[in-house]
Design a protein around this ligand. Sequence first.
Ligand SMILES: [Zn+2]
Length: 479
Amino acid sequence: MGYMNKRTRELIEKMKVEFTLPKNWNNFLYEVEKNHNLILKTKNTYYCTNCQQSFTYLNKGPKVKQETRCPHCKNKYMVRSGTLRKWKVRDNILLLDKIDGELIIRIFDIETYFNPEKQEMEHDTVEYARKIVDDDYREIRNERVSIAQCGPFVYHWKDDEGEWRTYDGDWYESVAQGYLYTDNLKNILKGTIYEKSRLWKLAKKEKDHIYLPDLLSAAKYPSFEMLVELKLFNLAYDAKHIYEKGTFKQIFGLDKTYYEFMRKHNITREQLDILKIYPTKDIKKLKFLQKYQYVIQDIQKYTTIDNFMKYFKQKRLKDAHLYRDYLKFAKELGLDLKNKRYLFPDKLKTMHDLYEKQIKIMKQEKIQKNIEKRVKDLMDNTFKNKEFIIFPASSVEELVDESKQQNNCVRTYAEKYSNGECDIYLMRKISNPKISVVTVEVKENKVVQKRTKNNEKTNQKQDEFLDTWQKRVLQKVAI
Ligand SMILES: [Zn+2]
């Protein structure tokens, strides 16, 4: 509980006097409570704790922990065993309120207990936290909250809520997400920047588990109102990314004939992005493509999306990344991707692995060729005195051998060496030129690395030899 500014103190004082609950608040709670029920199963008899009526199934009924719909009250609940004794569930309830022109999110905790004697649910709701919207959702909370090991814990048995104080830590902030009371929204938002947003329309549609800060921040964007009006509620959450001016086609990148489809399925921005690439009014196709949204544009370079879908369905394939990589390999290997045999291989994984291997070999061969070319030039830098000789590494094989002998990672330099990013030389004893002594890396005619076995440092004699070589041969300084 940190320092409290004057404004916050004032707000807290005013809340004490002015905050009440809406008239039909209890009806709202009653609706939320309805969700906290179970269907209790004793053999083939099912008992609904909501409407307190029983029912049976002709054939085998649902099992424990499955969901089922009560035929009397028509609500869907989880099935639990009739011997159930202890059961508890909680939810957040949100109420947007206003004081002194300042929007405040009030957060309540609703807790439901199962009473096994009465075979019914008992509910209790208490308020525990408030957030000042325009003060970066600064949180104030009362003494009903305490920090338990796994986050804030709300006490229901405390009679007194105690003092309201600010909470400035960020670790255990209460989350303004839950069932939102919607009847007061239009009124509360009058005179605020949200007055015209029609946020209440979206909220009424969603009701449960609304994350209010997200909704409020989306509602600030000019396109929000238009999207709510069009009943494109999921897109309204992404109002930030949707520009509000222009024709339907300019705004959504799609023909107006797609509107009915978009509204009916309440499409998301992700889905809209796919529709722009592949316009369809088939929700199954859209959902299928959603699984592959990151690769379809790549795949489109090689074949149509229709062909891709057909191929994947026929072969019951799931991994589009694998397919995309396969196509890339096939192209690198110069295969004719107009030929269906290559475009839609019978055994994707097998062919993917095979081509991957072939490309690796092809790359190795290219590296080897380039190294051979480079060695021709570097050979002139070979140098020796009575004791040592130094010469360029002449092949990938030689690099691998040097790595093994010296226990270093020079083999991983093969590609850099082959394309001229660095030069690799091997310094050895004249008396025994097969045994490694120093591995040397040269860049722009300068020794940048010299390593003996296990990446140890060179000794004085070796240094002297390398210095002379660098000056006389690499840099051609006359001595
Ligand atoms: Zn029922």
